[in-house]
Design a protein around this ligand. Structure first.
Ligand code: FMN
Length: 196
């Protein structure tokens, strides 16, 4: 059965470097025979930004009670094999638009007896980050650390990463053949692992 992959982008610049990378990743996924849904987090209608910590999802509701696009998207997360965040790096982390989606994942973490249970446990997460700086100084290391904490919390597989540095609103990743090829290969690898 073909893998189902959700790609969520977080750049407010529609034709920016992030979306170039996202489109190449989608191409790679499709070449590998995966089924992909592409969602732009910056276009989602939301009743509230991020999680309001109302705790209506706890202890066992496992659904966000806010009635908006973000809740609907997050409710669908368990249907996927892979969830890939394709993101610009803003202030050394995810931009607010994408963090708003990530925070709502709280509704899929069941807190019980000091332990966390989540249907996200079986999900393969991936992050493709686009930044002005380098892998070392852009904040990419912080994103890697954040995903590491998530992996420990919900015991999901190790996140897969792709990085494209040296970008700005004046550069075009589309003109960087190595970047586009690398992103496409990354997309391909989300469907076909060495073990598959
Ligand atoms: C608000 C803002 C914050 C940024 N913060 C960082 C940062 O912390 N580290 C970095 O390397 N680049 C940073 N950048 C640069 C962006 O990551 C870079 O311009 C990237 O190309 C944005 O993606 P886009 O081309 O899809 O817009 C920032 C840009 C903006 C607009």
């Amino acid at each position: 059965m073909s893998k189902k992959i959700l790609v969520i982008t977080g750049s407010p610049r529609g034709n920016g470097n992030t979306n170039t990378v996202a489109n190449a990743i989608v191409e790679g996924i499709e070449k590998a025979g995966g089924k992909v849904d592409l969602v732009d987090a910056t276009e989602l209608e939301c009743q509230a930004v991020g999680c309001t910590c109302c705790n209506a999802c706890q202890p066992d509701n496992l659904a966000c009670v806010l009635e908006d696009d973000v809740s609907d998207l997050v409710a669908d997360f368990p249907k996927y094999d892979v969830i890939a965040f394709v993101t610009p790096i803003y202030f050394f982390s995810f931009p607010a638009q994408l963090k708003s989606v990530i925070d709502r994942m709280y509704s899929l973490l069941l807190h019980e007896g000091g332990q966390i249970f989540s249907p996200l446990k079986r999900i393969q997460f991936a992050v493709a980050a686009v930044a002005g700086g380098t892998a070392e100084d852009s904040g990419f290391e912080i994103i890697k650390a954040q995903m590491g904490y998530l992996e420990e919390l919900i015991e999901c597989p190790a996140t897969k990463f792709f990085f494209k540095g040296g970008c700005s609103s004046k550069t075009s990743a589309a003109e960087d053949a190595a970047c586009v090829e690398g992103a496409e290969k990354f997309g391909f690898s989300l469907v076909k692992n060495a073990q598959d």
